[in-house]
Design a protein around this ligand. Structure first.
Ligand code: SAM
Length: 268
């Protein structure tokens, strides 16, 4: 049985201050406490909407220690809302530790619909099919990145990436999957919003002077005909008489590709 406490997950704007729902404002006004990723960031929104609710800090570095505190406040009858710096809590933002604990304690959680960079991006990107996989932030190590890119070749793959890394990341993706089509959403809902759908080389050319702002990216799923750099490399070595095991050893050593993935690919 779920217990009658009042805990809300409340999305906040991802750029444009007006992107907050009437219900979100009502809840933020009505609760006793707002648990914020950064109280100063959330205070800007609260000031804008004339909300005077008390804030406490709940971020990834105090997640574990704050759980008991939040639970006891709920037990004491306090109504609590969780917000992150921007967008929907739990989407690449803190909240999981607390939510697990609430669930374990059979405490009902009410989640409000609202702003989120992935859905804002996806709702304006043309796709041939509905399928997509969102993986949060793009992996930082080349091995994990290679696995991901190859494992999710057949599905539209969406990820967040920092502006400092996105151009290198696209270049790396090109080295594995070739000059595929990608979509980039930059600074969504903000003044300099930009959405591009093009092949990697054209995107890199477009941003040759550099790129700033917040980024969401989608790699379009591969068509059967698509030949990539990695398959070209495999085929060249095969034509020279190398065996799958040798090919995977050579390519993983030279390019940091995942050895097992290369082995599997070279068997086809
Ligand atoms: N919780 C947020 C959400 O609902 O989308 C995501 C938080 S995550 C820590 C921050 C990342 O989301 C940024 O680095 C960027 O990749 C993406 N992001 C957030 N706002 C964005 C925007 N306005 N335009 C494009 N990407 C955005």
């Amino acid at each position: 049985m779920q217990r009658e406490f009042q805990f809300y997950i409340v999305p906040t704007p991802i750029g444009n201050m007006s992107d907050i729902t009437l219900r979100a404002i009502e809840v933020l006004k009505e609760v006793d406490i707002i648990a914020c990723e950064d109280t100063r960031t959330t205070q800007n929104i609260l000031n804008h909407y004339n909300i005077h609710t008390k804030t406490i800090s709940y971020h990834k570095y105090n997640e574990k220690s704050m759980v008991t505190d939040i639970l006891s406040k709920l037990e004491a009858g306090k109504k609590i809302a969780l917000v992150s710096d921007a967008g929907t809590p739990m989407i690449c933002d803190p909240g999981s530790v607390l939510l697990k604990e609430l669930k374990d304690n059979h405490i009902k959680v009410t989640s409000l619909p609202g702003a989120c960079a992935v859905s804002t991006f996806l709702s304006q990107i043309p796709r041939d099919n509905e399928e997509f996989t969102f993986v949060g932030f793009f992996p930082k190590t080349k091995k994990l990145a290679t696995n991901l890119i190859l494992d999710y070749k057949k599905i539209n793959l969406i990820f967040y990436e920092s502006p400092n890394r996105i151009l290198d990341t696209l270049d790396f993706i090109k080295s594995i999957r070739g000059n595929i089509t990608v979509a980039i959403g930059r600074e969504l809902s903000k003044l300099y919003e930009e959405v591009l759908v093009d092949d990697i080389e054209s995107i890199l050319k477009h941003f040759e002077e550099g790129i700033k702002g917040e980024i969401v990216c989608m790699l379009y799923s591969s068509t059967e005909k698509e030949t990539s750099d990695v398959t070209d490399k495999i085929n060249k070595l095969k034509n020279k008489g190398f065996k799958s095991k040798e090919i995977s050893t050579i390519l993983s050593a030279l390019y940091d590709y995942n050895k097992n993935e290369i082995y599997k690919l070279s068997l086809n």
